[in-house]
Design a binder for this molecule. Structure first.
Ligand SMILES: C[S@@+](CC[C@H](N)C(=O)[O-])C[C@H]1O[C@@H](n2cnc3c(N)ncnc32)[C@H](O)[C@@H]1O
Length: 286
């Protein structure tokens, strides 16, 4: 089967100096990707986008394609500073000694309700951590959770779904209810034009979160990437989250360290989608 296209994307590493080659820098990653994919018709295209005033919230994308892509929408969310109580669901043994498994984590976290039709294959790590892959028709979704205190992180990705049947703001709200992050980013990649992507081509707005930054970037093959980053509004309660099990990294600088907001957040989540797009500069090309 010939290769049609490749996309590699990531936010910031929480422990950059712990990354092995070729992940020690984005330039090194791009050089490695180009060795495999640089020969595709578009060539390798690398972008670092975000607000230069917020170096901790950059988004990195590498994209190469042989053909114009089929219409498609893809959502990627990166969440840090998870709510203490919500993060504790992803520890196998709770403070009172009860043990749990991946199936229970899927249910108790609300992950099973994000897209209820999805068939989920979930996995729990010892002593904590969670991953799942899910499918429904042509849609695919994946979640990875690192619940440890100080560097808690969750990622959510979904693609191949019917953009007219799923509302952007509603889906993001359900994801945020599962994790209650203090900071998060959303990257929506659209192929086939903003028109067919309906709500997914619009700006996301949130009551409880301030949008720090919004960037649009065109991709080869007719693609459009819309990136936004958010921080919980100042007046939300600050709390901690369960303790680290990765002691080797405790003294490292964390690019994404941020206060964690407690239970209040989920109740306050109330989203609206705006009709008008807001455009900002700030596209960096490496
Ligand atoms: C869910 S895994 C996901 C790792 C994956 N690289 C990602 O983020 O896409 C990360 C969580 O599992 C825990 N964990 C336990 N054993 C692990 C292992 N052998 N490999 C990776 N993570 C492990 C980590 O402490 C962390 O909380």
């Amino acid at each position: 089967m010939p290769l049609a296209a490749v996309k590699y994307s990531r936010g910031m590493f929480i422990f950059p100096s712990a990354q092995p080659a070729p992940h020690r820098s984005f330039s090194e990653e791009v050089a490695a990707l180009n060795r495999y994919f640089g020969g595709l018709k578009s060539g390798g295209n690398a972008y670092v986008i975000g607000d230069p005033a917020r170096p901790g919230q950059k988004w990195h994308i590498y994209y190469a394609t042989e053909y114009p892509e089929q219409p498609m929408v893809n959502l990627e969310m990166c969440m840090t500073g998870l709510d203490k109580k919500k993060a504790s669901v992803f520890f196998k043994t709770s403070a009172d000694g009860n043990t749990t498994c991946a199936k229970e984590m899927t249910k108790r976290s609300g992950i099973s309700e994000i897209i209820p039709e999805m068939e989920i294959c979930d996995f729990d790590f010892e002593p904590c951590g969670y991953s799942m892959n899910a499918i429904h028709d042509s849609a695919f979704s994946t979640i990875h959770v690192t619940p440890e205190d100080g560097f808690s992180y969750a990622s959510y990705e979904v693609m191949g779904f019917d953009a007219t049947a799923l509302a952007y703001g509603e889906l993001v709200k359900r994801v945020l209810r599962s994790f209650g992050p203090s900071e998060f980013s959303v990257a929506v990649t659209i192929f086939g034009g903003r028109g067919q992507a309906v709500t997914w081509g619009k700006k996301l707005d949130a009551d409880v979160y301030d949008c720090n930054n919004m960037v649009e970037q065109e991709l080869p093959g007719g693609g459009l990437l819309i990136y936004q980053s958010f921080s919980a509004a100042e007046d939300v309660v600050v709390a901690g989250s369960p303790k680290s099990v990765l002691h080797c990294f405790e003294r490292e600088n964390m690019e994404n360290a941020a206060p964690v907001k407690d239970g209040k957040l989920a109740n306050l989540l109330c989203w609206e989608e705006e009709d008008a797009m807001e455009e900002k500069d700030g596209v960096l090309v490496e």
